[in-house]
Design a protein around this ligand. Structure first.
Ligand SMILES: [Zn+2]
Length: 73
């Protein structure tokens, strides 16, 4: 199973307003008026991983957890 990445696509609204999942090709949109557009886009992709690519999401969470544990030491 290839790793899913967020592929940012050209959009007249600017970067990080349109992107697609590199594995399944699902597209994500952020409205031009959204100020926190990058965060919004990453949040959408995170939810997509959670719903559609659960194995990768779980692995990512484990890695995040490990980094958090190491930073606590
Ligand atoms: Zn996908």
């Amino acid at each position: 199973m290839p790793k899913a990445n967020l592929r940012v696509l050209d959009s007249p609204s600017g970067p990080f307003h349109k992107a697609e999942c590199s594995v399944c090709g699902e597209t994500f949109y952020v409205l031009p008026e959204v100020i926190e557009f990058k965060e919004d886009m990453l949040k959408q992709f995170d939810a997509h991983l959670h719903n559609q690519h659960r194995g990768q999401w779980d692995a990512m969470e484990k890695r995040k957890q490990r980094i958090a544990d190491e930073n606590r030491r």
